[in-house]
Design a protein around this ligand. Sequence first.
Ligand SMILES: Cc1cc2nc3c(=O)[nH]c(=O)nc-3n(C[C@H](O)[C@H](O)[C@H](O)COP(=O)(O)OP(=O)(O)OC[C@H]3O[C@@H](n4cnc5c(N)ncnc54)[C@H](O)[C@@H]3O)c2cc1C
Length: 411
Amino acid sequence: MSESVVIVGAGHAAGQAAISLRQGGWQGSISIVGEEPYPPYQRPPLSKKFLAGELPLERLYLRPETFYAEHDIDLRLGSRITAIDREAHRLTLGDGGELAYDKLILATGSRVRRLALPGGELTGVHYLRNIDDVLALQEGFEPGARLVIIGAGYIGLEVAAVAVKSGLVVTVLEAADRVMGRVVSPEVSAFYQREHTRAGVRLRLETPPGTRIGGEGRVSSVIEGDGREHRAELVLIGIGVLPVTELAEAAGLDCDNGIVVDEYCRTADPDILAIGDCTNHPNALLGRRLRLESVHNAQEQAKTAARTLLGRLEPYADVPWFWSDQYDLKLQIAGLGDPGCRRVIRGEPGERSFAVFHCGDDGRLVAVEAINSPREFMLGRKLIAAGARLDPAELADSGNDFKALAETALG
Ligand SMILES: Cc1cc2nc3c(=O)[nH]c(=O)nc-3n(C[C@H](O)[C@H](O)[C@H](O)COP(=O)(O)OP(=O)(O)OC[C@H]3O[C@@H](n4cnc5c(N)ncnc54)[C@H](O)[C@@H]3O)c2cc1C
């Protein structure tokens, strides 16, 4: 008898898992249950082309909505799973209904981290995680509108770039002393600070604690802890995300900054797997456990989980990679840098094309941040995966051709 799979969540990882299961020859039933009203879609354009109005809604979808029925995938949208009964292999739905499973994949993703600040509930204060959030933000998104963004991470800065290009008056408030401080090197932060300032974004770093939002019913200003006031019709808060784990926790699955899985995406329950943003997983290449918030991770863990269920165990141990689009700048990052690494810059920030290489003590390339430098990104990714060593002095010498250095290091 063929087994059934239920996938909880209908995001990027869920969609990819269903696609890979069918492509791999899964004979049993597949159900996807997602609380959003949309079929699995890509989130990256939400803060980029979709917000800018340059991409129609349907282009966000991983596959057209008809794909799922055509491939015998039961897509249940606008439906939330509220409990897992592991013993009975049954799920409870938000409407009180039940759904049986043989195998379960948790793909519950992340949710935005909320900022508890006075005025945070006023109309005009936004977060950005899903399509409906963008549609709501777009309502006041017009030339001349004043937008204050709290948090200079990827999402805050991507929105700032779209907004300033669309004629909004944009102020970004960041508590740290540099932008994207959690994910990029000081050199890359400094470069983006210059670019945003040059584009007309008012960037305020090291804002004092105690920010509040003023207004009656609707937002009218954002007030920094020291009393400095910024008039605003719109506020966007982008201060990171948290993994959605409560369903797994309530079912007694091990969670520690994500649902704990092994390199095959298996939890300790042999019938439950977890994939994507919601997981804490090991990476043999990096020699540690981590939780990632990236499309690449969602896709690759989904493929790994599908192979696991199909009985083809293959460990997931890829080099993590990310990207961000701001203005005409493509930032691509492979690997995870570490403050102890030696950093070598190749190329010219002034020419808006350069790369920062992070070399470990043993000379191994650990990470590369590439700005408008796809070749450095691609070769860097290969070098990191191969554990290749590069001489930082040779790398720093602009007279040396990078491709030749990389080919030598790769052997
Ligand atoms: C604005 C934005 C821009 C981004 N840009 C980039 C980028 O440039 N590059 C990059 O690599 N990554 C980017 N990301 C991150 C990337 O989109 C995520 O890493 C990816 O979506 C993770 O996929 P996922 O399927 O694990 O989770 P999600 O996409 O979060 O999907 C999880 C889904 O599960 C649903 N769900 C949760 N619990 C339940 C339940 N109990 N019952 C039913 N449904 C449930 C949620 O509502 C959600 O729809 C961006 C994210 C955002 C929000």
